[in-house]
Ligand binder design. Structure first.
Ligand code: NDP
Length: 304
């Protein structure tokens, strides 16, 4: 079956289902990436701050040696906050670790700079223990430096992550190049419709992260998700991943477990009613119809 893809504002395509690598431990992530590519994933999401780009790179290399072409794999990595003033340098570090000449997408991981020369290379802190934020570095200045990367051929597209509408408005007011992607946390409990609508209007593609709610999440047992899964004869994970593709967003699923890596490729065509039910989750509307979840969570609704 042909891989579902979405078009970016660069004219290039991004595969709808991507493979996440955050929190994938040494000794696991190389095999996970190699296996994911061997069974058809063509979109790998990495980041400098995940500390595992070298292993991701080995997984990619093994896949290329097995015959998968570099140009058929969409690789994303991200500029880390301690490198907002050293954009080119951080990209070079990532490319070297990944063993690549270019990435398909380079994202600003967060619109917040941290001290480049702080007490820790990734998470510097001030003497009182709080994050050592570099308030004098504006996120748009970082983005303008990222725009210069496009001329080097080392990135095919640039974008952002974790951007709200306010941040996007600030960025678009000064940017020459509209970001290709905004990668955001997204799932039925955090639909971020305002960001999604804004990005759609501006031609910015959304990629959803933590679609399963990340590690230890209650999303997979949410009654409405389980009921839609049962109705469609698929797993709750399939529903949670398909929800994004139905919205026109790409989605990143992380796993180091071969059976899950394989199972997560099952994308389901969701009916409008299913999408409406999932859309209601964040407002609590269908908790009444489908019953309260088995976990105790205060979503702020008076009847809980
Ligand atoms: P996910 O929502 O992908 O959840 C991952 C967790 O779910 C892991 O514990 C995994 O376990 C488990 N899991 C995977 N598949 C299944 C399944 N079929 N059934 C049950 N459990 C399953 O979380 P992430 O937060 O990792 O998000 C995905 C990716 O998005 C990240 O890996 C990263 O690449 C990106 N991301 C980007 C961020 C940003 O700031 N731009 C922030 C966070 C994530 P196991 O691995 O043990 O199988």
């Amino acid at each position: 079956m042909a891989e579902t893809v979405f078009s970016l504002n660069t004219g290039r395509k991004i595969p709808a289902l991507g493979f996440g690598t955050w929190q994938s431990k040494p000794g696991e992530v190389e095999k996970a990436v190699e296996y994911a590519l061997s069974i058809g994933y063509r979109h790998i999401d990495a980041a400098y701050s995940y500390g595992n780009e070298e292993e991701v790179g080995i997984g990619l290399k093994k896949a290329f040696e097995a015959g998968i072409k570099r140009e058929d794999v969409f690789v994303t990595t991200k500029l880390w906050s301690t490198h907002h003033r050293r954009v080119q340098e951080n990209l070079a570090m990532s490319l070297e670790k990944l063993g690549l000449d270019y990435v398909d997408l380079y994202l600003m991981h967060w619109p917040v700079a941290m001290n480049t020369n702080g007490n820790h290379p990734l998470f510097p802190t001030t003497p009182d223990g709080s994050r050592d934020v570099d308030f004098s570095r504006h996120h748009v200045d970082t983005y303008l430096d990222m725009e210069k990367l496009l001329h080097t051929g080392k990135v095919k597209a640039i974008g952002v992550a974790n951007y709200s509408v306010v941040y996007l408005e600030e960025l678009l007011a000064r940017a020459s190049i509209v970001p290709a992607v905004n990668q955001i946390e997204n799932h039925p409990l955090l639909p971020q419709d305002d960001v999604s609508d804004f990005c759609k209007a501006k031609g910015i593609h959304i990629t959803a992260y933590s679609p399963l709610g990340s590690t230890g999440s209650p999303l997979l047992t949410l009654p409405v998700v389980v009921q839609i899964a049962t109705k469609n004869g698929v797993s709750p994970a399939s529903i949670l991943l398909s929800y994004h593709i139905e919205r026109g967003h790409s989605v990143l699923a992380k796993s180091v477990t071969p059976a899950r890596i394989k199972a997560n490729r099952q994308i389901t065509k969701l009916e409008r009613d299913d999408m409406n039910d999932l859309a209601e989750v964040s407002s609590g509307g269908n908790l009444k119809r489908h019953g309260n979840p088995p976990w105790k969570v205060n979503l702020g609704f008076p009847d809980q």
